[in-house]
Design a protein around this ligand. Structure first.
Ligand code: GLC
Length: 438
Protein backbone atom coordinates (compact mmCIF):
# COMPACT_ATOMS: atom_id res chain seq x y z
CA UNK A 1 0.00 0.00 0.00
CA UNK A 2 2.82 2.28 1.04
CA UNK A 3 4.62 1.41 -2.12
CA UNK A 4 1.50 2.26 -4.09
CA UNK A 5 1.17 5.61 -2.26
CA UNK A 6 4.83 6.40 -2.85
CA UNK A 7 4.42 5.51 -6.52
CA UNK A 8 1.31 7.73 -6.75
CA UNK A 9 3.17 10.67 -5.16
CA UNK A 10 6.12 10.16 -7.53
CA UNK A 11 3.80 10.07 -10.52
CA UNK A 12 2.09 13.29 -9.33
CA UNK A 13 5.53 14.95 -9.01
CA UNK A 14 6.50 13.79 -12.49
CA UNK A 15 3.15 15.10 -13.80
CA UNK A 16 3.74 18.47 -12.08
CA UNK A 17 7.24 18.59 -13.51
CA UNK A 18 5.93 17.79 -16.98
CA UNK A 19 3.28 20.52 -16.61
CA UNK A 20 5.91 22.94 -15.23
CA UNK A 21 8.47 22.27 -17.98
CA UNK A 22 5.70 21.94 -20.57
CA UNK A 23 4.44 25.43 -19.63
CA UNK A 24 7.86 27.06 -19.66
CA UNK A 25 8.85 25.02 -22.69
CA UNK A 26 5.87 26.44 -24.49
CA UNK A 27 6.79 30.00 -23.45
CA UNK A 28 10.43 29.55 -24.51
CA UNK A 29 9.31 28.00 -27.80
CA UNK A 30 6.96 30.93 -28.40
CA UNK A 31 9.78 33.37 -27.76
CA UNK A 32 12.10 31.46 -30.05
CA UNK A 33 9.46 31.21 -32.76
CA UNK A 34 8.54 34.86 -32.46
CA UNK A 35 12.23 35.75 -32.63
CA UNK A 36 12.63 33.54 -35.63
CA UNK A 37 9.68 35.14 -37.39
CA UNK A 38 10.67 38.52 -36.08
CA UNK A 39 14.13 38.23 -37.57
CA UNK A 40 13.32 39.56 -41.01
CA UNK A 41 11.42 42.44 -39.38
CA UNK A 42 14.53 43.30 -37.38
CA UNK A 43 16.88 43.33 -40.33
CA UNK A 44 14.36 45.40 -42.32
CA UNK A 45 13.89 47.79 -39.41
CA UNK A 46 12.88 51.14 -40.77
CA UNK A 47 15.68 53.65 -41.23
CA UNK A 48 14.84 57.32 -40.72
CA UNK A 49 16.48 59.91 -42.93
CA UNK A 50 15.95 63.60 -42.36
CA UNK A 51 15.74 66.60 -44.66
CA UNK A 52 15.43 70.29 -43.84
CA UNK A 53 12.95 71.85 -46.29
CA UNK A 54 12.03 75.52 -46.83
CA UNK A 55 8.79 76.37 -45.01
CA UNK A 56 6.92 77.34 -48.16
CA UNK A 57 7.58 73.94 -49.71
CA UNK A 58 6.96 71.65 -46.73
CA UNK A 59 3.30 70.86 -47.43
CA UNK A 60 4.11 70.04 -51.07
CA UNK A 61 6.93 67.73 -50.03
CA UNK A 62 4.75 65.91 -47.53
CA UNK A 63 1.85 65.49 -49.94
CA UNK A 64 3.58 65.00 -53.25
CA UNK A 65 6.87 63.32 -52.41
CA UNK A 66 7.16 61.75 -48.97
CA UNK A 67 3.98 59.63 -49.14
CA UNK A 68 4.87 57.96 -52.41
CA UNK A 69 8.53 57.63 -51.61
CA UNK A 70 7.73 55.79 -48.38
CA UNK A 71 5.19 53.58 -50.15
CA UNK A 72 7.85 52.56 -52.65
CA UNK A 73 10.54 52.18 -50.00
CA UNK A 74 8.86 50.58 -46.97
CA UNK A 75 12.16 50.37 -45.04
CA UNK A 76 12.85 54.11 -45.19
CA UNK A 77 11.08 56.85 -43.27
CA UNK A 78 11.68 60.34 -44.62
CA UNK A 79 11.33 62.96 -41.94
CA UNK A 80 10.82 66.53 -43.09
CA UNK A 81 12.00 69.30 -40.81
CA UNK A 82 10.72 72.79 -41.54
CA UNK A 83 13.32 75.43 -42.38
CA UNK A 84 12.70 79.18 -42.60
CA UNK A 85 11.76 80.58 -46.01
CA UNK A 86 14.73 82.94 -46.31
CA UNK A 87 17.68 81.17 -47.83
CA UNK A 88 20.22 83.03 -45.62
CA UNK A 89 18.53 81.83 -42.43
CA UNK A 90 18.48 78.25 -43.65
CA UNK A 91 22.13 78.49 -44.60
CA UNK A 92 22.90 79.64 -41.05
CA UNK A 93 21.04 76.65 -39.63
CA UNK A 94 23.09 74.24 -41.73
CA UNK A 95 26.32 76.03 -40.94
CA UNK A 96 25.66 75.91 -37.19
CA UNK A 97 24.74 72.22 -37.37
CA UNK A 98 27.75 71.24 -39.48
CA UNK A 99 30.19 73.17 -37.30
CA UNK A 100 28.94 71.29 -34.25
CA UNK A 101 29.88 67.98 -35.85
CA UNK A 102 27.31 65.26 -36.56
CA UNK A 103 24.69 66.77 -38.83
CA UNK A 104 21.10 66.20 -37.73
CA UNK A 105 20.17 66.17 -41.43
CA UNK A 106 21.05 63.33 -43.80
CA UNK A 107 19.86 65.16 -46.87
CA UNK A 108 21.07 68.68 -47.49
CA UNK A 109 18.54 70.67 -49.55
CA UNK A 110 20.78 73.35 -51.00
CA UNK A 111 20.44 76.69 -52.70
CA UNK A 112 22.46 76.91 -55.90
CA UNK A 113 24.93 79.32 -54.22
CA UNK A 114 26.00 77.10 -51.32
CA UNK A 115 27.85 74.32 -53.12
CA UNK A 116 31.29 75.98 -53.02
CA UNK A 117 31.14 76.88 -49.34
CA UNK A 118 29.68 73.58 -48.10
CA UNK A 119 31.96 71.46 -50.28
CA UNK A 120 35.11 73.45 -49.41
CA UNK A 121 34.32 73.03 -45.70
CA UNK A 122 34.10 69.24 -46.17
CA UNK A 123 30.46 69.02 -45.04
CA UNK A 124 29.15 67.12 -48.06
CA UNK A 125 29.62 63.64 -49.43
CA UNK A 126 31.35 63.49 -52.80
CA UNK A 127 28.69 62.07 -55.14
CA UNK A 128 30.88 61.94 -58.25
CA UNK A 129 30.96 58.15 -58.47
CA UNK A 130 27.37 57.65 -57.35
CA UNK A 131 25.78 59.24 -60.42
CA UNK A 132 26.94 58.42 -63.93
CA UNK A 133 27.32 61.12 -66.60
CA UNK A 134 24.36 59.48 -68.38
CA UNK A 135 22.18 59.87 -65.31
CA UNK A 136 23.21 63.52 -65.06
CA UNK A 137 22.35 64.20 -68.70
CA UNK A 138 18.64 64.35 -67.88
CA UNK A 139 19.23 67.66 -66.08
CA UNK A 140 20.05 71.08 -67.50
CA UNK A 141 23.81 71.64 -67.74
CA UNK A 142 23.82 74.84 -65.67
CA UNK A 143 22.02 73.13 -62.82
CA UNK A 144 24.49 70.24 -62.82
CA UNK A 145 27.47 72.57 -63.00
CA UNK A 146 26.14 74.48 -59.99
CA UNK A 147 26.48 71.24 -58.03
CA UNK A 148 30.19 70.76 -58.76
CA UNK A 149 33.12 72.08 -56.81
CA UNK A 150 36.71 71.61 -57.99
CA UNK A 151 35.56 69.01 -60.49
CA UNK A 152 33.64 66.89 -57.98
CA UNK A 153 29.89 66.55 -57.70
CA UNK A 154 28.21 67.43 -54.39
CA UNK A 155 24.67 68.41 -55.25
CA UNK A 156 22.08 66.83 -57.54
CA UNK A 157 19.69 69.41 -59.04
CA UNK A 158 15.97 69.18 -58.34
CA UNK A 159 14.43 72.45 -59.32
CA UNK A 160 15.76 75.42 -61.15
CA UNK A 161 14.84 79.06 -60.77
CA UNK A 162 15.25 82.13 -62.93
CA UNK A 163 14.20 85.69 -62.15
CA UNK A 164 11.32 86.94 -64.36
CA UNK A 165 9.34 90.07 -65.01
CA UNK A 166 5.62 89.62 -64.31
CA UNK A 167 3.15 92.12 -65.74
CA UNK A 168 -0.56 92.79 -65.77
CA UNK A 169 -1.89 92.04 -69.24
CA UNK A 170 -5.22 93.80 -68.56
CA UNK A 171 -3.54 97.06 -67.50
CA UNK A 172 -1.24 97.13 -70.53
CA UNK A 173 -4.26 96.57 -72.77
CA UNK A 174 -6.05 99.53 -71.16
CA UNK A 175 -3.34 101.90 -72.38
CA UNK A 176 -2.43 99.99 -75.53
CA UNK A 177 1.14 99.35 -74.31
CA UNK A 178 3.36 96.41 -75.14
CA UNK A 179 5.22 94.49 -72.41
CA UNK A 180 8.40 96.51 -71.72
CA UNK A 181 11.71 95.53 -73.29
CA UNK A 182 13.94 98.26 -71.88
CA UNK A 183 14.39 99.95 -68.50
CA UNK A 184 12.99 103.08 -70.08
CA UNK A 185 9.84 101.26 -71.27
CA UNK A 186 9.32 99.92 -67.77
CA UNK A 187 9.53 103.38 -66.22
CA UNK A 188 7.37 105.01 -68.90
CA UNK A 189 4.61 102.39 -68.84
CA UNK A 190 4.55 102.42 -65.05
CA UNK A 191 4.16 106.19 -65.00
CA UNK A 192 1.37 106.14 -67.60
CA UNK A 193 -0.54 103.57 -65.58
CA UNK A 194 0.00 105.48 -62.36
CA UNK A 195 -1.14 108.74 -63.93
CA UNK A 196 -4.34 107.04 -65.04
CA UNK A 197 -4.71 105.64 -61.50
CA UNK A 198 -4.84 102.16 -63.04
CA UNK A 199 -2.33 100.97 -60.47
CA UNK A 200 -0.91 102.25 -57.22
CA UNK A 201 2.67 101.12 -57.85
CA UNK A 202 4.52 100.54 -61.07
CA UNK A 203 7.24 98.08 -60.25
CA UNK A 204 8.04 96.01 -57.13
CA UNK A 205 11.25 94.09 -56.47
CA UNK A 206 13.34 92.68 -53.62
CA UNK A 207 15.41 95.42 -51.94
CA UNK A 208 15.89 94.10 -48.40
CA UNK A 209 19.35 93.31 -47.08
CA UNK A 210 19.30 89.53 -47.70
CA UNK A 211 20.22 87.08 -50.45
CA UNK A 212 17.29 88.09 -52.66
CA UNK A 213 18.96 91.49 -53.18
CA UNK A 214 22.07 90.28 -55.07
CA UNK A 215 19.84 87.79 -56.94
CA UNK A 216 17.69 90.68 -58.21
CA UNK A 217 20.71 92.94 -58.76
CA UNK A 218 22.63 90.56 -61.06
CA UNK A 219 19.68 90.85 -63.45
CA UNK A 220 19.76 94.65 -63.47
CA UNK A 221 23.54 94.77 -63.78
CA UNK A 222 23.43 92.29 -66.67
CA UNK A 223 20.71 94.38 -68.32
CA UNK A 224 23.14 97.33 -68.26
CA UNK A 225 25.90 95.13 -69.69
CA UNK A 226 27.95 94.95 -66.47
CA UNK A 227 29.01 92.20 -64.03
CA UNK A 228 29.56 91.55 -60.31
CA UNK A 229 32.56 89.20 -60.05
CA UNK A 230 34.21 87.29 -62.87
CA UNK A 231 34.92 83.99 -61.11
CA UNK A 232 37.64 83.07 -63.62
CA UNK A 233 39.72 86.23 -63.35
CA UNK A 234 38.52 87.47 -59.93
CA UNK A 235 37.83 90.84 -61.53
CA UNK A 236 35.20 92.89 -59.66
CA UNK A 237 32.72 95.03 -61.63
CA UNK A 238 30.74 96.70 -58.85
CA UNK A 239 32.32 100.15 -59.33
CA UNK A 240 32.20 100.07 -63.14
CA UNK A 241 29.88 102.52 -64.99
CA UNK A 242 27.35 99.75 -65.82
CA UNK A 243 26.98 98.80 -62.16
CA UNK A 244 26.60 102.44 -61.14
CA UNK A 245 23.84 102.85 -63.71
CA UNK A 246 22.14 99.73 -62.38
CA UNK A 247 22.05 101.16 -58.84
CA UNK A 248 20.88 104.53 -60.15
CA UNK A 249 18.04 102.85 -62.02
CA UNK A 250 16.77 101.18 -58.83
CA UNK A 251 17.18 104.38 -56.84
CA UNK A 252 15.32 106.41 -59.43
CA UNK A 253 12.44 103.90 -59.44
CA UNK A 254 11.97 104.75 -55.74
CA UNK A 255 12.51 108.49 -56.24
CA UNK A 256 9.96 108.61 -59.05
CA UNK A 257 7.44 106.82 -56.85
CA UNK A 258 7.27 103.89 -59.26
CA UNK A 259 8.47 101.56 -56.53
CA UNK A 260 7.18 102.01 -52.96
CA UNK A 261 9.69 103.45 -50.46
CA UNK A 262 9.26 100.22 -48.45
CA UNK A 263 10.81 98.22 -51.30
CA UNK A 264 14.18 98.47 -49.54
CA UNK A 265 12.85 96.05 -46.93
CA UNK A 266 10.87 93.73 -49.23
CA UNK A 267 11.59 90.06 -49.80
CA UNK A 268 9.96 87.80 -52.41
CA UNK A 269 6.76 87.21 -50.49
CA UNK A 270 6.16 90.91 -49.70
CA UNK A 271 6.40 91.77 -53.36
CA UNK A 272 4.30 88.79 -54.42
CA UNK A 273 1.50 89.80 -52.07
CA UNK A 274 1.45 93.37 -53.42
CA UNK A 275 1.30 92.15 -57.00
CA UNK A 276 -1.31 89.47 -56.40
CA UNK A 277 -3.54 91.91 -54.53
CA UNK A 278 -3.50 94.15 -57.61
CA UNK A 279 -1.30 96.93 -56.16
CA UNK A 280 1.48 96.85 -58.74
CA UNK A 281 1.66 96.61 -62.53
CA UNK A 282 5.09 94.90 -62.65
CA UNK A 283 6.92 92.50 -60.40
CA UNK A 284 10.36 90.89 -60.39
CA UNK A 285 10.12 87.39 -58.93
CA UNK A 286 10.72 83.63 -59.45
CA UNK A 287 8.44 81.30 -61.43
CA UNK A 288 6.55 80.05 -58.33
CA UNK A 289 4.47 83.26 -58.29
CA UNK A 290 2.57 82.10 -61.37
CA UNK A 291 0.63 79.46 -59.41
CA UNK A 292 -0.63 81.78 -56.65
CA UNK A 293 -1.25 84.67 -59.05
CA UNK A 294 -3.61 82.43 -61.01
CA UNK A 295 -5.35 80.55 -58.26
CA UNK A 296 -9.14 81.00 -57.98
CA UNK A 297 -8.94 83.43 -55.04
CA UNK A 298 -6.42 85.70 -56.78
CA UNK A 299 -7.49 89.25 -57.70
CA UNK A 300 -5.47 89.03 -60.89
CA UNK A 301 -6.25 85.51 -62.07
CA UNK A 302 -5.87 85.25 -65.86
CA UNK A 303 -4.45 88.79 -66.10
CA UNK A 304 -0.79 87.96 -65.70
CA UNK A 305 2.00 87.90 -68.24
CA UNK A 306 5.57 86.73 -67.72
CA UNK A 307 8.69 87.68 -69.67
CA UNK A 308 12.46 88.03 -69.38
CA UNK A 309 13.79 91.04 -67.48
CA UNK A 310 14.24 94.44 -69.18
CA UNK A 311 17.64 95.74 -70.39
CA UNK A 312 19.19 98.72 -72.17
CA UNK A 313 18.95 98.65 -75.96
CA UNK A 314 21.66 96.37 -77.26
CA UNK A 315 22.24 94.46 -73.97
CA UNK A 316 20.76 91.09 -72.97
CA UNK A 317 18.02 90.27 -70.49
CA UNK A 318 19.49 88.90 -67.30
CA UNK A 319 17.75 86.10 -65.43
CA UNK A 320 19.49 85.19 -62.21
CA UNK A 321 20.02 81.45 -61.92
CA UNK A 322 18.48 80.27 -58.68
CA UNK A 323 17.47 76.79 -57.75
CA UNK A 324 17.65 73.98 -55.25
CA UNK A 325 19.24 70.57 -55.21
CA UNK A 326 20.12 67.76 -52.80
CA UNK A 327 23.41 66.83 -51.28
CA UNK A 328 24.18 64.26 -48.58
CA UNK A 329 25.80 65.25 -45.30
CA UNK A 330 29.24 63.69 -44.92
CA UNK A 331 28.35 62.53 -41.42
CA UNK A 332 25.08 60.87 -42.48
CA UNK A 333 24.79 57.33 -41.14
CA UNK A 334 22.48 56.41 -43.99
CA UNK A 335 24.08 57.59 -47.23
CA UNK A 336 22.63 54.68 -49.25
CA UNK A 337 19.10 55.46 -48.19
CA UNK A 338 19.70 59.19 -48.74
CA UNK A 339 20.88 58.47 -52.28
CA UNK A 340 17.80 56.34 -52.90
CA UNK A 341 15.68 59.27 -51.79
CA UNK A 342 17.49 61.64 -54.17
CA UNK A 343 16.96 59.19 -57.01
CA UNK A 344 13.28 59.17 -56.21
CA UNK A 345 13.01 62.97 -55.89
CA UNK A 346 14.63 63.45 -59.28
CA UNK A 347 12.47 60.82 -60.99
CA UNK A 348 10.24 62.04 -63.80
CA UNK A 349 7.02 61.21 -61.99
CA UNK A 350 7.94 62.92 -58.72
CA UNK A 351 9.18 65.98 -60.59
CA UNK A 352 6.09 66.16 -62.76
CA UNK A 353 3.77 66.04 -59.74
CA UNK A 354 5.80 68.73 -57.95
CA UNK A 355 5.94 70.98 -61.00
CA UNK A 356 2.22 70.70 -61.71
CA UNK A 357 1.35 71.80 -58.20
CA UNK A 358 3.99 74.43 -57.55
CA UNK A 359 4.65 75.97 -60.99
CA UNK A 360 8.36 75.79 -60.20
CA UNK A 361 10.88 74.80 -62.89
CA UNK A 362 12.14 71.25 -62.78
CA UNK A 363 15.81 70.71 -63.54
CA UNK A 364 14.82 67.80 -65.80
CA UNK A 365 14.92 68.64 -69.50
CA UNK A 366 12.22 66.12 -70.47
CA UNK A 367 9.52 68.01 -68.57
CA UNK A 368 9.80 71.10 -70.79
CA UNK A 369 7.90 69.21 -73.47
CA UNK A 370 5.52 67.43 -71.13
CA UNK A 371 1.97 67.88 -72.49
CA UNK A 372 0.29 67.95 -69.07
CA UNK A 373 2.65 70.63 -67.77
CA UNK A 374 2.36 72.74 -70.93
CA UNK A 375 -1.44 72.50 -70.79
CA UNK A 376 -1.35 73.97 -67.30
CA UNK A 377 1.55 76.40 -67.81
CA UNK A 378 1.70 77.46 -71.47
CA UNK A 379 4.80 79.59 -70.81
CA UNK A 380 6.73 76.59 -69.42
CA UNK A 381 8.75 75.62 -72.55
CA UNK A 382 10.23 79.17 -72.65
CA UNK A 383 11.83 78.61 -69.27
CA UNK A 384 14.34 76.12 -70.66
CA UNK A 385 16.10 78.76 -72.75
CA UNK A 386 15.90 81.26 -69.92
CA UNK A 387 17.56 78.90 -67.47
CA UNK A 388 20.16 77.81 -69.98
CA UNK A 389 21.21 81.43 -70.49
CA UNK A 390 20.73 82.52 -66.88
CA UNK A 391 23.34 84.53 -64.98
CA UNK A 392 25.15 82.83 -62.14
CA UNK A 393 25.94 84.55 -58.93
CA UNK A 394 29.75 84.09 -58.71
CA UNK A 395 30.44 80.39 -58.03
CA UNK A 396 33.27 81.02 -55.56
CA UNK A 397 33.94 79.47 -52.14
CA UNK A 398 33.77 82.95 -50.51
CA UNK A 399 30.34 83.57 -52.04
CA UNK A 400 28.60 84.11 -48.69
CA UNK A 401 31.03 86.93 -47.76
CA UNK A 402 30.92 88.49 -51.24
CA UNK A 403 27.13 88.47 -51.10
CA UNK A 404 27.15 89.99 -47.63
CA UNK A 405 29.35 92.87 -48.84
CA UNK A 406 27.08 93.60 -51.79
CA UNK A 407 23.94 93.35 -49.67
CA UNK A 408 25.25 95.87 -47.12
CA UNK A 409 26.50 98.50 -49.56
CA UNK A 410 23.69 98.16 -52.07
CA UNK A 411 20.96 98.33 -49.45
CA UNK A 412 22.69 101.40 -47.97
CA UNK A 413 22.92 103.07 -51.40
CA UNK A 414 19.21 102.44 -51.97
CA UNK A 415 18.11 103.56 -48.51
CA UNK A 416 20.26 106.61 -47.88
CA UNK A 417 20.06 109.49 -50.35
CA UNK A 418 23.00 111.30 -48.73
CA UNK A 419 25.35 108.52 -49.87
CA UNK A 420 26.98 108.89 -53.26
CA UNK A 421 26.28 105.85 -55.43
CA UNK A 422 29.81 105.97 -56.90
CA UNK A 423 31.55 106.10 -53.53
CA UNK A 424 29.34 103.41 -52.01
CA UNK A 425 29.87 101.03 -54.90
CA UNK A 426 33.62 101.78 -54.95
CA UNK A 427 33.78 100.75 -51.29
CA UNK A 428 31.79 97.58 -52.06
CA UNK A 429 34.12 96.77 -54.96
CA UNK A 430 37.28 97.31 -52.89
CA UNK A 431 36.05 95.21 -50.00
CA UNK A 432 35.20 92.44 -52.48
CA UNK A 433 38.66 92.71 -54.06
CA UNK A 434 40.28 92.35 -50.64
CA UNK A 435 38.12 89.33 -49.90
CA UNK A 436 39.14 87.64 -53.13
CA UNK A 437 42.82 88.32 -52.42
CA UNK A 438 42.69 86.79 -48.97
C1 GLC B 1 15.14 81.56 -54.55
C2 GLC B 1 16.24 81.02 -55.45
C3 GLC B 1 17.56 81.01 -54.71
C4 GLC B 1 17.86 82.39 -54.19
C5 GLC B 1 16.74 82.88 -53.30
C6 GLC B 1 16.98 84.33 -52.88
O1 GLC B 1 14.87 80.65 -53.55
O2 GLC B 1 15.95 79.73 -55.90
O3 GLC B 1 18.59 80.56 -55.57
O4 GLC B 1 19.09 82.43 -53.51
O5 GLC B 1 15.50 82.80 -53.97
O6 GLC B 1 15.99 84.79 -52.03
Amino acid sequence: MNKINTLGRSLKKVGKKIRFYGFWGLIVSCILISQFWGQPALTQESVTITALINAGEVSYWKELIVKDFEKENPGIHLEIIEAPNATDLTENLYTAAFILGDSPYDLVYMDVIWTGKFAAAGWLLDLSDRMSEDELKVFMDKDVEAGRYKGKLYRIPLRSDAGMLYYRTDLLEQIGAKPPETFEDLIKTSQQLQEKKATRWGYVWQGAQYEGLPAMFVEIIEGFGGFWVNSETNEVGLDQPEAIKAVEFLRSAIDKNISPPGVISYREEDTRRLFVSGESAFLRNWPYVWATANEPSSEIKGKVGIKPMVHIPGAKSGACLGGWGMGIAKTSKHPQEALKAIQYFTSKEAQRRFTLETASISSRRDLFSDPEIIAKYPHYPKFQKLVESAVLRPPIAQYAQASDILQRYLNAALSNRSLSVEKTMKAAANETRNLLKS
